[in-house]
Design a protein around this ligand. Sequence first.
Ligand code: ZN
Length: 388
Amino acid sequence: MKAVIKFLVLLELLQQLGAAKFPRTELKLEIAEPCDSQKCLLPNCRCSDVKLGGLIKNIPQFVTVTFDDAVTALNYEYFDKIFENIRNPDGCSPSATFYFSHEYTDYTKIHKLWAEGHELALHSMTHGDGTTYWKEATVDVFVKEFGQQLETVEHFAKIDKRDIKGMRIPHLQISGNNSFVAAKHLGLLYDSSWPTTRYTSPPLWPYTLDYKSIQDCPIGECPSASIQGLWENPLVNWEDIKGYKCAMLDACIHMPNDSVKDILDWMIHNFNRHYSGNRAPFGVYLHSAWFQKGDNYYEAFKEFIRHLNRQPDVYLVSASRVIEYMQDPVDGKPFKSCPKKRERTCNPKMCQLRKIDSGEVRYMNVCSTCPGVYPWLDNPHGLKTKKN
Ligand code: ZN
């Protein structure tokens, strides 16, 4: 008999959400069972595993460079130059992934990143007020935080929300099933909030949540339900110079000396665990503040990118491109076409706004007309008179 957790998730949202309306949704969650590779088949199901599987002889080494938190005029200066003069072995431009949160974000810069072919992904409206907020967040809270961010970015950055495929929870604070149920409900392709300290050598490949995951949960409670077709792109931990694990580079405590050579050697050492091993995607997970940790961090990072680019089979791609490959792994050239570049259609405006609750001023650059107040949870379009 199949064990079934019956639970009703009532999503009573969108009176608050303006344009798009989520229906009141009733979800029945089934417990995830151990993965059966005979039943779990690509493109929409893959068991959690440290092997790619199949008959792929030449596995491309993907590297995903991802940044969390607000995209601002200041940190955009870094982002704009990270892949200077770099082309992937297939001739395509490299892409990074930006898990950006709403507050302080410059939506004209989001538009530019999107037009350049980078991936934009969700990191919530409010970023919460610490880990407890996310630990205790219900499905409803996750759907609001991430669903309303979709509305905000589409409206103010003038980008197609169908291009937004992934999410990352602030502080990587997963909380059982809730965020994954919300991601599925929002129609996202993947989550990338879940670190692993256990599966670093050999590292874990991305997989779907149809079946029970083998992954450890070092931060929050593991999910127990089967979430069909939702991909998990795990954050495979790095090691600092004393061998302590860290999910994001900012969290690595024992760092090498502040010299380009020492930092570069450390990055290559972590990379080689994947490149000389099973070739599971290698993630470089950062906040832009990492570049300011020392005089040589940014240069070391760029030198690392150049090192990667000298390898004949290393591809700097977005997280959603990795998932695209996972759905249909092929030998040789991994993709049929390059990431789409778009025409820039943003007509920038700078708005001086106030937050409704605190009255604090926020400057917000947008591609639309200026909203009445600073957009926030339950008011993603920043309407002056809220209906609710
Ligand atoms: Zn964050």
